[in-house]
Ligand binder design. Structure first.
Ligand code: MG
Length: 415
């Protein structure tokens, strides 16, 4: 079978939500709306590739968002066009000829269930063009511009179209080419196929697959996300404690929260030891004394993570009286801390670290430390910030007797 690609138009100023920025970049349960949307396609087994289409003014913000996430299926961020179908056409141009099925999905539908994506792909292979849709609950009126009702169509025949809409690539390419030639602009891709004489099959959409358009939609989406997190937790936590009461699992009135922790560590500089900082061996005539490899930076980070989760400190987890930890690789211990956090329902968000050392010069080693620590935390390097400072010759660090490290880390609740 050929490849499956998703085109996600993320254009749209948030005029209706009253925001000056693109509403898809606004936070929903602590993460941009668009990140939730992309996470669904990242998790969908049948999807090979994702093209993000954004307005020119949002390209940088979208690239920053991607740098903070691990969406390796996103192969390109392309600038959008004047109309939605122009944006989708730009996305199509970025795809290879080996793509068999193209999904088009609104960036503003962050709650799209993975199984709806899978069903859309399956049905598009059979039918050529499918759209997820739900029967409307309200009676629909066709209304003239001056406000008079023109017609009341039979409600049983009325469906509200959602996305994803899924197409065989040749069907979508033909429909867009027809629309361009005919000067037709549709509000969804299925309408281009219909107008050009093609057949589009409806498959059942989902109530939870809402489109975020107004400020109230953010509130509804956060409640739906919390319900989903609660279901994933075996029913624990989503609304634990009731409205207005903080729940044990880290939710507050259905909104996912973050936790912050702080860590501090010092080791003495002595002759005859390696100097290991952030998992990186640094050439120097002295190294740090300690039971393990004495990686003071990684130790401060572990304490910040354990502190955020309320799990004590590394002294309690990996005591220096325990022979198993003699000469231990602190990066290995950090990986164990991350596993422990995950079992407790937490994932690292970001970390900000400061090393305090008079000598050696550390700035040149920072990128390598950042890579190692980010890999152990299983986050992109952009989420780990490392600063190195001296103390202008003051105190133990200034006299070269030791190195200190400070760390702040944020944890996010796993969903
Ligand atoms: Mg230590």
């Amino acid at each position: 079978m050929g490849r499956v690609a998703a085109i996600v138009p993320a254009a749209g100023r948030g005029r209706r939500v009253g925001a000056a920025v693109n509403k898809l970049l606004l936070p929903l349960a602590g993460r941009p709306v668009l990140a939730h949307t992309l996470a669904a396609f990242q998790a969908a087994p049948s999807v090979d590739e994702v093209i993000l289409v954004a307005g020119r003014e949002d390209l940088d913000a979208c690239r920053r968002l991607l740098a903070n996430e691990s969406f390796d299926k996103v192969s390109a961020v392309v600038p959008g066009g004047a109309e939605r179908q122009d944006s989708v056409a730009r996305g199509l141009e970025a795809l290879g000829d080996d793509v068999e099925i193209v999904l088009v999905h609104d960036g503003a539908r962050p709650l799209v269930p993975v199984d709806l994506i899978e069903a859309s792909v399956r049905e598009a292979r059979r039918r050529g063009a499918v759209v997820a849709a739900l029967p409307v609950k309200d009676t629909v009126k066709l209304v003239a511009p001056e406000g008079a009702v023109r017609e009341t169509p039979d409600r049983r025949a009325c469906f509200a179209a959602q996305t994803p809409q899924a197409f065989r690539a040749d069907v979508l390419r033909r429909a867009i080419a027809w629309a361009r030639a005919a000067g037709f602009a549709g509000t969804d891709e299925a309408s281009l196929v219909e107008k050009s004489g093609g057949r589009v099959q409806v498959i059942p959409g989902r109530e939870e697959n809402i489109k975020i358009t107004t400020p109230d939609d953010f509130i509804l989406a956060e409640v739906l996300l919390a319900r989903r997190a609660g279901a994933a937790n075996g029913g624990r936590g989503a609304f634990g404690g009731g409205a207005g009461v903080p729940a044990e699992s880290g939710t507050w009135r259905g909104v996912t929260t973050v936790r912050v922790g702080f860590g501090y560590d010092v080791h003495a500089l002595v002759e005859g030891r390696r100097l290991v900082l952030g998992g990186v061996d640094i050439p120097f005539d002295k190294g740090l004394a300690g039971h393990s490899d004495a990686d003071v930076l990684t130790h401060a980070l572990m304490d910040a993570l354990l502190g955020a989760a309320g799990l004590g400190d590394i002294g309690r987890r990996f005591p220096d009286t325990d022979e198993r930890y003699r000469g231990a690789d602190s990066i290995g211990l950090l990986e164990r801390v991350v596993e422990l956090l995950e079992r407790e329902g937490w994932r690292p968000g970001n970390a900000d670290l400061t090393l305090v050392a008079q000598r050696p010069r550390l700035a040149g080693h920072v990128p390598a430390m950042r890579e190692r620590l980010a890999a152990a935390l299983r986050v992109p390097p952009a989420r780990v910030n490392i600063k190195a400072t001296t103390t202008e010759g003051l105190g133990f660090a200034g006299r070269g007797e030791g190195i200190a490290a400070y760390a702040v880390a944020v944890l996010r609740q796993c969903c």
